[in-house]
Structure formats: C-alpha cells, structure tokens
Design a protein around this ligand. Structure first.
Ligand code: SF4
Ligand code: SF4
Length: 458
C-alpha cells in the first residue's frame, strides 16, 4: 500500500530561481530569499510544480521510495548498432539519401509533421531510426517538432526535422529560440511553390530568404543547397557537423526536384568513411561551467542531465545563461554569435565553379537549377561563348568574398537563374553591382530548362 505523499526540495539542486512559485495554482510555494518554502496545508500534492522546475529540484514521493540523490540522470540508450545499405553504388531517391546521411552523421532523433514534398524523409527516418537505436516521433505540428528536436539536442542527441514551405514558417519562432540558445540541430526544408499552400509538390526555390531571415531578430544561420542525390547524403552529414561545431541550427535547402529525383549514389561505409564532428565538451567542471562563456566564440555544450546544470532562455542572457538587460552584455552576446560564423566563413562557405577560368558570362545558380545552368553553359561554350557556372553550395553565409573576387576581373556579366522572383539575384547585385546582373526567374511550378538559361547567356 502506498504511503503518505511527501514533498521535498532538493537543496543541492535548487538554485533559487523562483520559476516553480507561480506554477502552483494553490499558492503553496513561496520564496524566502533564494529558498523555496512549501505551505504544507495548502499543498494538494498534484505534482505540477515538479514538472516545472528546470533543475528537477522538487520531488514528490509516496514516502516509501528512496529520493534519488545522484545528479546524473539516466538517459535513453541511443547507442544501437549502425546498420546501413551495403557500401557501394545504389540507385536512390534524394529524400532517402538525406535520411541515410542523417543516420551516418549520428542523428538518433527525428520529430516532424508530414508535408509534401518532404514526407519521404520522415517515412525513411521512421523506418531507419528504430534500426539504429534511435527514436522517431510524429507530432501535432511543426511548432512542436522544432521544440522537440531542440530539447532532444540539448539532452545530447543529434536531432533533425524535415518540412516544406508552410511547415517551415511554423518552425520559425522555435528556430529563433534555437538560434538564441545556440542549440545544434538540422532542419531540411524541401522547397515547393508558395506563398501559403502555393504549389504543393511542384519545385521552387522560394524559401531562400525565409531560411536566412524567417525568424525575427539578428541571428546567425547556415544553409546548404544540394543539387544531386549524392549531395543530399553528404550535405546532410555536413549539416550535422557544422551544427555541432558551431552550435547553430543548419538548414538543408533542397528544392523538390533534388529531393524526389532518383540517380546513382556511391554510399560510403558509415563506420569508417564518414567523418563525424563531435560536439565540444567543456573542460570546466560543472560548478564553474557557463553555457555562453564569452572566452569562446563557440562555447562548449554538455548534455543536460549528465552532471551539468545550466539555464537556457530566449531572453538576452549573461554567460551563465540567466537573463540580462545590460546593454554591454546584450551587445556582446549577438556580436559573438555573428563573429563565430563570420570568422569561420572560409571553412563554412563552399562553392562549385565550372568553366570559370576565362568566363565573361557567369551563370549563378544552385540546387536543381544549377544542373540546367551547367548544360546551358556547356552548350554556349560549344558555340564559342565564354560562359561559366558559379554554384553556391553554402547559400548562407553567402559566398560574398569569392563572388567579389570574380567580379573584380572587370569585364564580366552575371546571369542569376532561380525558381523565385530574384532572392539570390538581390544578393549578387549587392556584391557585384546591379548593372552587371540579369535574371532568369521562374515561378510557374516547372523546373528552369537549360535552353531558357542559354537564351539569357546569349
Ligand atoms: S524552480 Fe526549481 S530551482 Fe527554481 S526555485 Fe523552484 S525548486 Fe528551486
Ligand atoms: S505539488 Fe501541486 S499543490 Fe503542491 S506545491 Fe506543487 S503545484 Fe502546488
């Protein structure tokens, strides 16, 4: 028979933040300085406050079981055996290659809500994660999905979600929360025509700016744009590695064509041929660890529940994670966010250049449009036109330095081809000057054909 319920404040865990006090609707909790006081006669032993203490310092028991005194909480075992399709050549869909890249990179948690044309990624992750000891959960919407993967990541598990335009919009507030808290995670946005429900399952590149500036405030983000099934695999691996290394959300931005196409891919051996970057662990002991320590551009992030206790908030915060309105500390925080990406730009930014050495007409294109652009460039070359292809693989941060160096050659014009109304065209104009840039902009739900781009090359 269960004994009388007992309520206890674990003094060694309680940091006196007071968060628990307003969560008791019976007004049974009060603060006396930094100490939590319980008015036993008011307490209904409902347990609500115990779920609201971020430090698990409030415990409700039957009075018979032992109150845990260890600080290291048991976490699910995600260390399942890695299974994979046989290394070697496969004929594979882009979405499947993305899911395999995630598994190879150590992703062991996926939360999402199905939406075309990204649903195949969810289907593949639902099948694959249980095989490697991971967890898959379908949630009620994309808002919850973002919250879930951010929470899982803070507990030390590499986490991902996949969506498309409208779902990506729903994710934006929690994406901003992850930016502010510097939580590593990967979101795949398979771009379809918009705005709103737009053109479901038809290709688009209309979310390029949403990936950069969709959430509010000055924040940093990395976005990668694959153009092949092979890049769906390898850029997913890279997305996780960049995310973990720089404590920043990374967006994989395939368009519908790349996610749905099937082509040949050479799969590596995940155990021996895929380099996985581990999240830096703190050298400081738990007592002196600060989650936003300004000594580092990217402070290390331990897993919640593994001996380290720390505070994360969406408010502007001090190095110890607690809110502050101090102008100097507020400025220092966002400056550090910006510097950690800007100063690593040469490592983060990748571009692909085709026939660029003597090119005087340069097509700037990414994703599946770059495949058409490459064909257009090759065809123009056969006619004696000095055309070249500049393909940003890293869309954000934008490859400003490399493009600027190319523009400084002088007699060069640029043709930007993209399935939107000129989102990257504006970036190219910013870098090289607007009078040298023209656009092949298409938003009719069809891929841009090579002949359309070749006409613009001239
Ligand atoms: S929320 Fe937890 S840590 Fe904060 S005062 Fe209440 S018991 Fe203590
Ligand atoms: S157990 Fe329920 S009634 Fe008691 S202090 Fe916590 S929230 Fe209030």
């Amino acid at each position: 028979m269960a004994g009388k319920k007992r309520f206890q404040v674990l003094e060694d865990r309680c940091k006196g933040c007071g968060i628990c006090v307003p969560t008791c609707k019976f007004d049974a909790l009060h603060m006396n300085g930094s100490r939590v006081i319980l008015e036993e006669e008011k307490c209904k032993y409902c347990g609500v406050c115990t779920f609201n203490c971020p430090d698990l310092a409030l415990v409700l028991t039957t009075g018979e079981e032992k109150i845990p005194d260890e600080k290291i909480l048991p976490l699910p075992d995600f260390g399942g055996e890695i299974t994979q399709p046989a290394p070697g050549t496969h004929f594979m869909q882009g979405a499947t290659a993305c899911a395999e890249g995630a598994i190879a990179a150590g992703c062991r948690f996926y939360a999402g809500y199905p939406i075309t044309p990204s649903t195949e990624i969810a289907e593949d992750m639902a099948a694959r994660l249980p095989q490697v000891g991971g967890r898959f959960i379908q949630l009620e919407d994309e808002i919850a999905s973002m919250g879930a993967i951010a929470g899982a990541s803070v507990s030390g598990v590499r986490s991902m979600s996949a969506t498309s335009g409208p779902g990506f919009s729903l994710m934006q507030e929690n994406l901003g929360a992850a930016c502010m808290r510097e939580i590593p995670l990967v979101v795949v946005n398979v771009m379809r025509g918009g705005p709103c429900t737009g053109l479901p399952t038809r290709p688009s590149q209309g979310d390029v700016m949403q990936a950069r500036w969709g959430t509010h405030g000055d924040h940093q983000i990395i976005a990668l744009a694959p153009w092949s099934v092979s890049e769906m695999f390898w850029l997913t691996v890279r997305a996780f590695n960049l995310s973990e290394k720089f404590r920043v959300p990374v967006i994989l931005l395939p368009d519908e064509v790349v996610a749905h196409m099937r082509e040949r891919i050479a799969l590596p051996d995940y155990r021996t041929e895929v380099a996985v970057v581990d999240r830096p662990v703190p050298s400081d002991p738990p007592e002196s660890y600060k989650p936003f320590d300004g000594r580092f551009l990217t402070p290390p992030l331990p897993a919640y529940g593994r001996g380290y206790r720390f505070h994360l908030t969406g408010l502007t915060h001090r190095p110890d994670g607690f809110p502050t309105g101090d102008p100097a500390q507020a400025a220092a925080l966002l400056e550090r966010h910006e510097r950690k990406i800007r100063e690593a730009a040469s490592e983060i930014v990748q571009v692909d250049e085709v026939d660029m050495a003597d090119a005087t007409t340069i097509v700037v294109a990414y994703g599946s449009t770059a495949r058409s652009a490459k064909e257009a460039v090759r065809s123009a070359r056969r006619r004696g036109v000095k055309a070249g292809l500049f393909r940003p693989i890293t869309i954000w941060p934008f490859p400003t330095e490399r493009l600027s160096a190319i523009a400084s050659r002088g007699n060069v014009r640029f043709v930007v081809a993209e399935m939107n109304r000129g989102q990257i065209l504006g970036e190219v104009e910013r870098v090289v000057g607007r009078f040298r840039v023209s656009g092949v902009l298409q938003t009719d739900g069809n891929p841009i054909m090579a002949r359309t781009i070749e006409r613009a090359i001239g």
